[in-house]
Design a protein around this ligand. Structure first.
Ligand code: SAM
Ligand code: SF4
Length: 347
Protein backbone atom coordinates (compact mmCIF):
# COMPACT_ATOMS: atom_id res chain seq x y z
CA UNK A 1 0.00 0.00 0.00
CA UNK A 2 1.28 3.46 -0.86
CA UNK A 3 2.07 5.92 1.90
CA UNK A 4 0.03 9.16 1.92
CA UNK A 5 0.99 11.43 -0.96
CA UNK A 6 1.24 15.19 -1.35
CA UNK A 7 -1.91 17.10 -2.35
CA UNK A 8 -2.34 17.55 -6.09
CA UNK A 9 -4.46 20.73 -5.90
CA UNK A 10 -4.95 23.59 -3.46
CA UNK A 11 -7.90 22.94 -1.13
CA UNK A 12 -10.97 25.12 -1.83
CA UNK A 13 -11.05 28.56 -0.19
CA UNK A 14 -13.83 31.00 0.73
CA UNK A 15 -17.44 29.86 0.41
CA UNK A 16 -18.45 26.82 -1.60
CA UNK A 17 -17.94 23.13 -1.17
CA UNK A 18 -15.51 21.31 1.08
CA UNK A 19 -12.93 20.09 -1.43
CA UNK A 20 -9.60 18.72 -0.25
CA UNK A 21 -6.20 18.80 -1.91
CA UNK A 22 -6.98 15.62 -3.84
CA UNK A 23 -10.25 16.87 -5.30
CA UNK A 24 -12.50 14.89 -2.93
CA UNK A 25 -15.76 16.73 -2.18
CA UNK A 26 -17.02 16.25 1.38
CA UNK A 27 -20.78 15.74 1.66
CA UNK A 28 -21.08 13.33 4.60
CA UNK A 29 -20.72 14.18 8.30
CA UNK A 30 -20.61 11.56 11.06
CA UNK A 31 -21.63 12.98 14.42
CA UNK A 32 -20.84 11.17 17.64
CA UNK A 33 -23.10 12.17 20.53
CA UNK A 34 -21.44 10.23 23.33
CA UNK A 35 -18.43 8.03 24.06
CA UNK A 36 -20.42 5.98 26.59
CA UNK A 37 -21.72 2.55 25.74
CA UNK A 38 -23.78 -0.26 27.26
CA UNK A 39 -21.58 -2.90 25.55
CA UNK A 40 -17.81 -3.37 25.64
CA UNK A 41 -17.03 -4.85 22.21
CA UNK A 42 -13.44 -6.05 22.30
CA UNK A 43 -12.72 -4.55 18.85
CA UNK A 44 -13.77 -1.08 20.00
CA UNK A 45 -13.66 -0.33 23.73
CA UNK A 46 -11.63 -1.32 26.77
CA UNK A 47 -13.49 -3.15 29.55
CA UNK A 48 -12.67 -0.36 32.01
CA UNK A 49 -13.35 2.62 29.72
CA UNK A 50 -13.11 6.15 31.12
CA UNK A 51 -15.52 8.66 29.62
CA UNK A 52 -15.43 12.40 28.92
CA UNK A 53 -17.17 14.57 31.52
CA UNK A 54 -20.64 15.73 30.49
CA UNK A 55 -19.65 19.41 30.13
CA UNK A 56 -17.11 18.50 27.45
CA UNK A 57 -19.80 17.07 25.18
CA UNK A 58 -21.46 19.28 22.62
CA UNK A 59 -25.08 20.19 23.37
CA UNK A 60 -27.65 19.28 20.70
CA UNK A 61 -27.97 22.96 19.71
CA UNK A 62 -24.18 23.14 19.27
CA UNK A 63 -24.17 20.02 17.09
CA UNK A 64 -27.03 21.42 14.99
CA UNK A 65 -25.11 24.65 14.54
CA UNK A 66 -22.06 22.84 13.19
CA UNK A 67 -24.33 20.79 10.91
CA UNK A 68 -26.05 23.95 9.61
CA UNK A 69 -22.70 25.49 8.70
CA UNK A 70 -21.51 22.20 7.15
CA UNK A 71 -24.73 21.97 5.12
CA UNK A 72 -24.04 25.47 3.82
CA UNK A 73 -20.74 24.05 2.55
CA UNK A 74 -22.34 21.11 0.78
CA UNK A 75 -22.79 18.43 3.46
CA UNK A 76 -25.95 16.47 2.56
CA UNK A 77 -25.87 13.37 4.76
CA UNK A 78 -25.50 13.14 8.53
CA UNK A 79 -25.06 9.99 10.55
CA UNK A 80 -25.54 9.98 14.33
CA UNK A 81 -23.25 7.55 16.12
CA UNK A 82 -21.15 7.05 19.26
CA UNK A 83 -20.34 5.27 21.66
CA UNK A 84 -23.94 4.18 21.88
CA UNK A 85 -26.03 7.12 20.68
CA UNK A 86 -29.29 5.86 22.24
CA UNK A 87 -27.73 6.35 25.68
CA UNK A 88 -27.83 10.11 25.17
CA UNK A 89 -31.15 11.30 26.57
CA UNK A 90 -33.82 12.67 24.24
CA UNK A 91 -31.94 11.78 21.07
CA UNK A 92 -35.13 12.30 19.08
CA UNK A 93 -34.77 16.03 19.83
CA UNK A 94 -31.43 16.03 17.98
CA UNK A 95 -32.97 14.13 15.07
CA UNK A 96 -35.68 16.83 14.83
CA UNK A 97 -33.05 19.55 14.73
CA UNK A 98 -30.98 17.78 12.06
CA UNK A 99 -33.79 16.82 9.68
CA UNK A 100 -34.82 20.52 9.71
CA UNK A 101 -31.41 21.73 8.49
CA UNK A 102 -31.80 23.05 4.95
CA UNK A 103 -29.79 20.95 2.51
CA UNK A 104 -29.54 17.85 4.71
CA UNK A 105 -31.54 15.15 2.96
CA UNK A 106 -30.40 12.09 4.86
CA UNK A 107 -30.21 11.65 8.62
CA UNK A 108 -29.21 8.16 9.71
CA UNK A 109 -28.34 6.46 13.00
CA UNK A 110 -25.90 3.68 13.85
CA UNK A 111 -26.79 1.84 17.06
CA UNK A 112 -26.09 -1.42 18.85
CA UNK A 113 -29.87 -1.75 19.16
CA UNK A 114 -30.07 -2.45 22.90
CA UNK A 115 -32.34 0.53 23.53
CA UNK A 116 -34.09 0.48 20.19
CA UNK A 117 -37.28 -1.27 21.35
CA UNK A 118 -38.00 1.71 23.62
CA UNK A 119 -36.96 4.40 21.17
CA UNK A 120 -37.67 3.23 17.60
CA UNK A 121 -41.08 4.79 17.30
CA UNK A 122 -40.00 8.13 18.80
CA UNK A 123 -37.03 8.28 16.42
CA UNK A 124 -39.22 7.50 13.45
CA UNK A 125 -41.71 10.20 14.45
CA UNK A 126 -38.83 12.66 14.78
CA UNK A 127 -38.05 12.05 11.11
CA UNK A 128 -35.01 9.75 11.24
CA UNK A 129 -34.53 8.45 7.71
CA UNK A 130 -32.36 5.38 8.10
CA UNK A 131 -31.15 2.91 10.67
CA UNK A 132 -28.03 0.73 10.93
CA UNK A 133 -27.94 -1.85 13.69
CA UNK A 134 -24.69 -3.56 14.63
CA UNK A 135 -25.03 -7.28 15.23
CA UNK A 136 -22.11 -9.69 15.04
CA UNK A 137 -23.72 -12.93 16.17
CA UNK A 138 -27.10 -14.57 16.67
CA UNK A 139 -25.78 -16.84 19.42
CA UNK A 140 -26.12 -15.42 22.91
CA UNK A 141 -22.82 -16.91 24.09
CA UNK A 142 -20.84 -15.58 21.10
CA UNK A 143 -22.56 -12.20 21.37
CA UNK A 144 -21.43 -12.04 24.99
CA UNK A 145 -17.87 -13.07 24.12
CA UNK A 146 -17.62 -10.32 21.51
CA UNK A 147 -19.55 -7.58 23.33
CA UNK A 148 -18.38 -8.62 26.81
CA UNK A 149 -21.93 -7.99 28.01
CA UNK A 150 -25.28 -9.63 27.39
CA UNK A 151 -27.88 -8.12 25.12
CA UNK A 152 -28.75 -10.27 22.11
CA UNK A 153 -32.45 -10.56 23.08
CA UNK A 154 -32.72 -6.80 23.39
CA UNK A 155 -31.11 -6.21 19.99
CA UNK A 156 -33.54 -8.66 18.38
CA UNK A 157 -36.48 -6.96 20.13
CA UNK A 158 -35.13 -3.63 18.89
CA UNK A 159 -35.12 -4.88 15.32
CA UNK A 160 -38.74 -6.03 15.63
CA UNK A 161 -39.69 -2.61 17.02
CA UNK A 162 -37.80 -0.80 14.25
CA UNK A 163 -39.71 -2.70 11.60
CA UNK A 164 -43.00 -2.05 13.38
CA UNK A 165 -42.16 1.65 13.55
CA UNK A 166 -41.89 1.69 9.77
CA UNK A 167 -38.14 1.78 9.17
CA UNK A 168 -37.41 0.22 5.79
CA UNK A 169 -34.09 -0.99 4.39
CA UNK A 170 -32.60 -1.58 7.84
CA UNK A 171 -28.89 -2.37 7.65
CA UNK A 172 -27.10 -4.84 9.87
CA UNK A 173 -23.36 -4.23 10.38
CA UNK A 174 -21.16 -7.16 11.37
CA UNK A 175 -17.43 -6.92 12.06
CA UNK A 176 -15.30 -9.76 10.67
CA UNK A 177 -12.45 -10.99 12.87
CA UNK A 178 -10.39 -14.06 12.06
CA UNK A 179 -10.76 -16.80 14.64
CA UNK A 180 -13.85 -15.17 16.17
CA UNK A 181 -16.63 -14.57 13.66
CA UNK A 182 -16.34 -17.20 10.90
CA UNK A 183 -19.16 -19.31 12.34
CA UNK A 184 -21.47 -16.30 12.57
CA UNK A 185 -21.38 -15.41 8.87
CA UNK A 186 -23.85 -17.93 7.45
CA UNK A 187 -26.49 -17.67 10.25
CA UNK A 188 -26.37 -13.87 9.99
CA UNK A 189 -26.82 -14.01 6.22
CA UNK A 190 -29.75 -16.42 6.50
CA UNK A 191 -31.38 -14.29 9.20
CA UNK A 192 -31.01 -11.13 7.10
CA UNK A 193 -32.37 -12.82 3.98
CA UNK A 194 -35.40 -13.99 5.97
CA UNK A 195 -36.03 -10.62 7.59
CA UNK A 196 -35.17 -8.51 4.53
CA UNK A 197 -32.33 -6.72 6.33
CA UNK A 198 -29.38 -5.48 4.32
CA UNK A 199 -26.31 -7.15 5.83
CA UNK A 200 -22.86 -5.57 5.63
CA UNK A 201 -19.62 -7.12 6.74
CA UNK A 202 -16.90 -4.72 7.91
CA UNK A 203 -13.25 -5.64 8.14
CA UNK A 204 -11.65 -5.30 11.56
CA UNK A 205 -9.71 -2.00 11.65
CA UNK A 206 -6.84 -1.00 13.96
CA UNK A 207 -9.10 1.15 16.13
CA UNK A 208 -9.65 -1.17 19.08
CA UNK A 209 -8.80 0.32 22.47
CA UNK A 210 -6.74 -2.66 23.62
CA UNK A 211 -4.43 -2.68 20.59
CA UNK A 212 -5.11 -6.36 19.88
CA UNK A 213 -5.50 -5.64 16.16
CA UNK A 214 -3.00 -7.38 13.89
CA UNK A 215 -3.23 -7.81 10.15
CA UNK A 216 -3.64 -11.56 10.49
CA UNK A 217 -6.83 -10.97 12.56
CA UNK A 218 -8.48 -9.26 9.59
CA UNK A 219 -10.97 -11.61 7.98
CA UNK A 220 -11.24 -10.02 4.57
CA UNK A 221 -14.43 -9.26 2.71
CA UNK A 222 -13.25 -11.60 -0.02
CA UNK A 223 -12.94 -14.49 2.44
CA UNK A 224 -16.38 -13.77 3.91
CA UNK A 225 -17.83 -13.70 0.40
CA UNK A 226 -16.29 -17.09 -0.38
CA UNK A 227 -17.88 -18.58 2.77
CA UNK A 228 -21.26 -17.13 1.78
CA UNK A 229 -21.05 -18.44 -1.77
CA UNK A 230 -20.06 -21.89 -0.53
CA UNK A 231 -22.83 -22.22 2.07
CA UNK A 232 -25.67 -19.90 1.04
CA UNK A 233 -25.54 -19.38 -2.71
CA UNK A 234 -24.03 -17.39 -5.56
CA UNK A 235 -23.67 -13.62 -5.39
CA UNK A 236 -23.90 -11.18 -8.27
CA UNK A 237 -21.98 -7.89 -8.06
CA UNK A 238 -24.19 -4.81 -8.17
CA UNK A 239 -23.14 -1.65 -9.98
CA UNK A 240 -21.58 0.92 -7.62
CA UNK A 241 -24.14 3.54 -6.65
CA UNK A 242 -23.09 6.67 -4.82
CA UNK A 243 -19.36 7.28 -5.36
CA UNK A 244 -18.72 8.04 -1.69
CA UNK A 245 -20.32 4.77 -0.62
CA UNK A 246 -17.60 2.55 0.87
CA UNK A 247 -19.54 -0.72 0.59
CA UNK A 248 -19.36 -3.00 -2.41
CA UNK A 249 -22.79 -4.59 -2.72
CA UNK A 250 -23.81 -7.96 -4.13
CA UNK A 251 -27.26 -9.43 -4.80
CA UNK A 252 -28.14 -13.03 -4.04
CA UNK A 253 -28.60 -14.72 -7.40
CA UNK A 254 -31.87 -16.28 -6.16
CA UNK A 255 -33.35 -12.84 -5.47
CA UNK A 256 -32.94 -13.07 -1.69
CA UNK A 257 -31.87 -9.47 -1.18
CA UNK A 258 -28.37 -8.06 -1.01
CA UNK A 259 -25.22 -8.20 1.05
CA UNK A 260 -22.41 -5.65 1.21
CA UNK A 261 -18.73 -5.58 2.13
CA UNK A 262 -16.80 -2.68 3.62
CA UNK A 263 -13.14 -3.57 3.21
CA UNK A 264 -11.12 -0.62 4.53
CA UNK A 265 -8.04 -2.78 5.16
CA UNK A 266 -7.77 -5.01 2.09
CA UNK A 267 -9.46 -2.66 -0.42
CA UNK A 268 -9.22 0.90 0.93
CA UNK A 269 -11.67 3.41 -0.54
CA UNK A 270 -9.75 6.53 0.55
CA UNK A 271 -9.65 7.85 -3.02
CA UNK A 272 -13.42 8.39 -2.91
CA UNK A 273 -13.82 9.26 0.78
CA UNK A 274 -16.31 12.10 1.27
CA UNK A 275 -16.53 11.98 5.07
CA UNK A 276 -15.84 14.26 7.96
CA UNK A 277 -16.34 13.41 11.61
CA UNK A 278 -17.39 15.39 14.65
CA UNK A 279 -16.59 13.70 17.96
CA UNK A 280 -18.86 13.97 20.98
CA UNK A 281 -16.37 16.40 22.56
CA UNK A 282 -16.32 18.68 19.54
CA UNK A 283 -13.24 17.57 17.61
CA UNK A 284 -13.54 17.67 13.84
CA UNK A 285 -11.58 14.87 12.13
CA UNK A 286 -10.97 14.29 8.45
CA UNK A 287 -10.34 10.53 8.75
CA UNK A 288 -11.00 7.68 11.15
CA UNK A 289 -7.22 7.38 11.32
CA UNK A 290 -6.52 11.08 11.64
CA UNK A 291 -3.85 11.97 14.22
CA UNK A 292 -4.82 15.66 14.15
CA UNK A 293 -8.11 17.20 15.29
CA UNK A 294 -9.76 20.60 15.02
CA UNK A 295 -11.51 21.69 18.24
CA UNK A 296 -14.78 23.45 17.47
CA UNK A 297 -15.74 24.09 21.12
CA UNK A 298 -13.79 27.33 21.60
CA UNK A 299 -15.42 28.65 18.43
CA UNK A 300 -18.91 27.65 19.59
CA UNK A 301 -18.42 28.74 23.18
CA UNK A 302 -16.53 32.00 22.64
CA UNK A 303 -18.19 35.41 22.91
CA UNK A 304 -18.13 36.29 19.18
CA UNK A 305 -21.41 37.30 17.51
CA UNK A 306 -23.44 34.72 15.59
CA UNK A 307 -22.04 35.53 12.15
CA UNK A 308 -18.48 35.36 13.44
CA UNK A 309 -19.14 31.99 15.10
CA UNK A 310 -20.53 30.58 11.84
CA UNK A 311 -17.57 31.98 9.92
CA UNK A 312 -15.22 30.42 12.50
CA UNK A 313 -16.89 27.00 12.15
CA UNK A 314 -16.68 27.23 8.34
CA UNK A 315 -12.99 28.16 8.50
CA UNK A 316 -12.30 25.26 10.84
CA UNK A 317 -14.12 22.77 8.58
CA UNK A 318 -12.11 24.04 5.62
CA UNK A 319 -8.82 23.78 7.49
CA UNK A 320 -9.66 20.22 8.51
CA UNK A 321 -10.63 19.19 4.97
CA UNK A 322 -7.62 20.98 3.52
CA UNK A 323 -5.25 18.94 5.69
CA UNK A 324 -6.71 15.56 4.70
CA UNK A 325 -4.14 13.00 3.60
CA UNK A 326 -4.54 10.91 0.49
CA UNK A 327 -4.97 7.64 2.34
CA UNK A 328 -5.00 6.10 5.81
CA UNK A 329 -1.87 4.12 5.09
CA UNK A 330 -2.74 0.98 7.10
CA UNK A 331 -0.02 -1.52 6.26
CA UNK A 332 2.54 1.12 5.24
CA UNK A 333 5.66 1.60 7.33
CA UNK A 334 4.66 5.14 8.37
CA UNK A 335 1.21 4.11 9.64
CA UNK A 336 0.43 5.56 13.03
CA UNK A 337 -2.63 4.50 15.02
CA UNK A 338 -4.73 7.42 16.24
CA UNK A 339 -4.71 8.06 19.99
CA UNK A 340 -8.48 7.58 20.06
CA UNK A 341 -10.20 4.23 19.77
CA UNK A 342 -13.39 3.74 17.74
CA UNK A 343 -15.82 4.50 20.61
CA UNK A 344 -14.11 7.88 21.13
CA UNK A 345 -14.33 8.79 17.45
CA UNK A 346 -17.66 7.48 16.19
CA UNK A 347 -17.87 4.76 13.57
N1 SAM B 1 -22.50 1.70 19.35
C1 SAM B 1 -23.02 1.82 18.05
C2 SAM B 1 -22.90 0.52 17.29
O1 SAM B 1 -22.17 -0.37 17.75
O2 SAM B 1 -23.51 0.42 16.23
C3 SAM B 1 -22.40 2.94 17.24
C4 SAM B 1 -20.93 3.16 17.37
S1 SAM B 1 -19.89 1.84 16.79
C5 SAM B 1 -18.30 2.51 17.09
C6 SAM B 1 -20.12 1.96 15.02
C7 SAM B 1 -19.69 0.79 14.20
O3 SAM B 1 -18.29 0.66 14.29
C8 SAM B 1 -20.27 -0.54 14.65
O4 SAM B 1 -20.93 -1.14 13.56
C9 SAM B 1 -19.07 -1.33 15.06
O5 SAM B 1 -19.22 -2.69 14.79
C10 SAM B 1 -17.97 -0.71 14.24
N2 SAM B 1 -16.64 -0.90 14.78
C11 SAM B 1 -16.20 -0.62 16.02
N3 SAM B 1 -14.89 -0.90 16.16
C12 SAM B 1 -14.48 -1.37 14.96
C13 SAM B 1 -13.23 -1.84 14.45
N4 SAM B 1 -12.13 -1.87 15.21
N5 SAM B 1 -13.17 -2.23 13.17
C14 SAM B 1 -14.28 -2.23 12.38
N6 SAM B 1 -15.48 -1.78 12.79
C15 SAM B 1 -15.59 -1.37 14.07
FE1 SF4 C 1 -20.29 0.11 22.00
FE2 SF4 C 1 -20.69 0.19 19.39
FE3 SF4 C 1 -18.19 0.17 20.38
FE4 SF4 C 1 -19.68 -2.02 20.61
S1 SF4 C 1 -18.99 -1.07 18.69
S2 SF4 C 1 -18.45 -1.08 22.27
S3 SF4 C 1 -21.70 -1.21 20.84
S4 SF4 C 1 -19.65 1.77 20.63
Amino acid sequence: MNPPQQPRTAPSQGTGRLVDGFGRVHTDLRVSVTDRCNLRCSYCMPVDAAFRPREELLAYEEIARVVRVAAGLGVRAVRITGGEPLLRSGLDALVRLLVAVPGVGDVALTTNGLLLAEQAERLRRAGLHRLNVSLDSLRADVFETLARRRGLDRVLAGLVAAKAAGFGAIRINAVSIRGLTEEEIVPLAEFCRREAFHLRFIEFMPLDAEAAWADDRVLSGREVRAILERHVGPLVPLPAGDRGQPAVDFAWADGGGRVGFIDPVTAPFCDRCDRLRLTADGQVRNCLFSTTEWDVRPVLRGDADEAAVDAGIAALLRACVGAKRAAHGIGSTGFERPARAMFQIGG
